[in-house]
Design a protein around this ligand. Structure first.
Ligand code: ADP
Ligand code: ADP
Length: 231
C-alpha cells in the first residue's frame, strides 16, 4: 500500500512562490485502483513527480509499505524508486532499443543478469499482448502498442505501486478502451495502482476509489460511486 501524508510542494520562482501541492493526504491499499482527477494546473504532474521519487516534496511523507520515500537518503531513494512503476502519457521508450530491451532495461539498472532479465521481459510482453513483437523497434509500433511496452517496462522490477500518468490522453477512444482493459487485467492483491488523469470516463471505467485534486488540495475522496455522485 502507498500512503501520502500532508504532502506540500512549493516552487520558488523569481516573481512568486507557488504551492503546487498544499497538504495532500491519501492512502491506496494494495489490490485497489485509485484515480486522481483534476483540471490543468491542479497539481497532478507535481504529485506524479513526488510519488515517483523524481522530485523532493517541501514537506510531508510518502510511504510505500514500510519504506519512507521522503526521509530516504539518495541511495535508499534509488532502491525505493524501484517499488514504484511509472507509466507515462507518451510511453517514453528508447527508440534505439528493441521492445524486449526496453522492457529489460529497469532490471539492467538493478543489476539483474542478462538471461534472467530477458526472460522476465519476454514474459511481461506476453502479458501485455506483445509476445510477437519482442524484436521490433518502438518506431514500428502504434501508440497503443507503445503504451503496452511502457506498461510492461513499468512492471519489470515487480513494483508495489504502479503509477499511471495520463496513460490514455494521447490515444484514440478504441485504443483507450484496450489500454484500460489491460490496466484492470493487471490488478493483483499485492499491487496498488494510481491513475492520474483529467478524463472522468477513465476514472469511471476502471477505478475503485477517487480523489479530486483542486489547486493542490484533495477536495473530495472516497469510493467511485460516492465521489462521482457529488460531481
Ligand atoms: P497539472 O499537472 O494538474 O496541470 P502541475 O503540477 O503541472 O498541475 O502544476 C501545479 C501548479 O504548480 C501550477 O500553478 C503550475 O504553474 C505550478 N508549477 C508546476 N511546475 C512548476 C515549476 N517547475 N516552477 C514553478 N511553478 C510550477
Ligand atoms: P495472465 O493472467 O495474463 O496469464 P499471469 O498472471 O499469468 O498473466 O502473469 C504472467 C506473468 O506476468 C507472471 O510472471 C507474472 O508475475 C507477471 N505479472 C502479471 N501481472 C503482473 C503485475 N500486475 N505486476 C507484476 N507482474 C505481473
Amino acid at each position: 500500500m502507498i500512503s501520502v501524508t500532508n504532502l506540500v510542494k512549493e516552487y520558488r520562482t523569481a516573481s512568486r512562490d507557488v504551492r503546487a501541492l498544499d497538504g495532500v493526504t491519501l492512502t491506496v491499499p494494495a489490490g485497489e485502483i485509485h484515480g486522481i482527477i483534476g483540471h490543468s494546473g491542479a497539481g497532478k504532474s507535481t504529485l506524479v513527480r513526488c510519488l515517483a521519487g523524481l522530485d523532493r516534496p517541501t514537506s510531508g511523507d510518502i510511504t510505500i509499505n514500510d519504506a519512507n520515500l521522503t526521509t530516504a537518503t539518495a541511495k535508499d531513494l534509488r532502491s525505493a524508486r524501484r517499488r514504484i512503476g511509472l507509466v507515462f502519457q507518451h510511453a517514453n521508450l528508447f527508440d534505439a532499443r528493441t521492445v524486449l530491451d526496453n522492457v529489460a532495461y529497469p532490471q539492467e539498472i538493478a543489476g539483474v543478469k542478462k538471461s534472467e532479465r530477458r526472460a522476465r521481459a519476454a514474459e511481461l510482453l506476453e502479458l501485455v499482448g506483445l509476445g510477437d513483437a519482442t524484436q521490433v523497434y518502438p518506431s514500428q509500433l502504434s501508440g497503443g502498442m507503445r503504451q503496452r511496452v511502457g506498461i510492461a517496462r513499468a512492471l519489470a522490477v515487480n513494483p508495489d505501486v504502479l503509477l499511471f500518468d495520463e496513460p490514455t490522453s494521447a490515444l484514440d477512444p478504441r485504443t483507450t478502451d484496450e489500454i484500460l482493459d489491460l490496466i484492470t487485467h493487471l490488478r493483483r492483491p499485492d499491487l496498488a495502482m494510481i491513475v492520474i488523469t483529467h478524463e472522468m470516463h477513465v476514472i469511471k471505467r476502471i477505478c475503485d476509489s477517487v480523489s479530486l485534486l483542486e489547486r493542490g488540495q484533495i477536495v473530495e475522496s472516497g469510493s467511485l460511486t460516492d465521489v462521482v455522485s457529488t460531481l
